[in-house]
Design a protein around this ligand. Structure first.
Ligand code: PMV
Length: 308
């Protein structure tokens, strides 16, 4: 039997503009994770058990583009494993789905890792990241690759599409409250809508992407220098640029406002937007108060996490 896990993630700055070559900052969220166990099956079939999504199925009964089946087929094909062996694969995850916390990437990475150990392949992070990116492309159209990268390496990442992975140091730990609107919003649609805006007026949106890129570079410097208190204003500025890109929503805006009112130093949506999660930067002592305010303002759940 082999077991592997992968953490959730949150984008701190730079979503959407990252698809257009600007940098973005993302960090793992280790309180939430996907876990996979692989054992040899006794009945000459490959069974997948994923109780969180109510899935108990034999691999061959799933369509080949099913998110989990596609990971397995990709793995067997990429590493020349044929015929398909008999396995029992259990997948559990505490990462909310379709909410910008990296649940899809985490399940993919944990699956690749557990299968890699089961077949004694000893895949490197680089290989796992590459395969996970292929899967992201199947399901998300034109992903930047930031999700699979942060989840695979489980470290803070300063990400530029197509460039070698660069991690960054957190000079002094800081606290975030992550709040979920409870609205599941497909990243692919938000990314597609931004592309339509961009196609219609490239000069205008390239300028917005440049402004976001500038915020990301400043944020990285501030985090590395341990001066996180000044990050709040950058979060607010990034959120308003995301509003211009039409990827916020009334629910996200209302949580962002309520975080600011209840004492957060800054707040923004995180990830694809339209639903999913927002993040608020808080003094550690104020985290519970801001979290309460967000729940009263309609958040379905909150996570308090320290970026260290
Ligand atoms: O919704 P998430 O957290 O998976 O993030 C998507 C981030 C985008 O920049 C909107 C898309 C991408 O591929 O980078």
């Amino acid at each position: 039997m082999t077991h592997a896990f992968a953490p959730g993630k949150i984008i701190l700055f730079g979503e959407h503009a990252v698809v257009y070559g600007r940098p973005a900052l993302a960090v793992p969220v280790t309180q939430i994770h996907a876990d996979v166990e692989v054992t040899a099956s006794r009945d000459a079939q490959t069974w997948i058990h994923a109780p969180d999504v109510n899935l108990h199925a034999e691999l061959n009964t799933l369509p080949s583009d099913h998110p989990i089946a596609s990971v397995l087929h990709n793995f067997f094909f990429a590493f020349g494993i044929s015929p398909i062996p008999s396995l029992d694969i259990s997948i559990t995850s505490t990462i909310p789905v379709a909410s910008g916390l990296g649940s899809g990437a985490a399940v993919t990475v944990a699956l690749f890792r557990a299968l890699s150990s089961f077949f004694f392949l000893d895949l490197t992070n680089e290989q796992i990241n590459q395969q996970a990116y292929e899967i992201e492309k199947l399901h998300h159209g034109t992903p930047s690759g930031i999700d699979n990268t942060v989840v695979t390496y489980a470290r803070p990442v300063y990400f530029i599409k197509g460039q070698p992975i660069e991690t960054f140091k957190v000079g002094a730990p800081f606290t975030l409250v992550i709040a979920d609107t409870g609205i599941s919003a497909p990243t692919k649609e938000a990314v597609g809508d931004v592309r339509m805006l961009w196609e219609a007026d490239k000069a205008k949106w390239e300028k917005v992407f440049d402004e976001i890129g500038e915020i990301v570079r400043k944020a990285k410097e501030i985090i590395e220098n341990g001066e996180w208190k000044s990050l709040g204003a950058l979060m607010d500025a990034n959120h308003s640029l995301l509003q211009q890109l039409t990827v916020s929503s009334p629910e996200l805006d209302s949580l962002v406002e309520s975080a600011r009112r209840s004492g957060a130093s800054g707040a923004k949506l995180s990830g694809g937007g339209r639903g999913g999660n927002m993040i608020a930067l808080v003094e550690k002592e104020r985290a519970a108060q801001v979290s309460e305010a967000l729940l009263s303002a309609g958040a379905k759940r909150t996570i308090i996490t320290e970026v260290a």
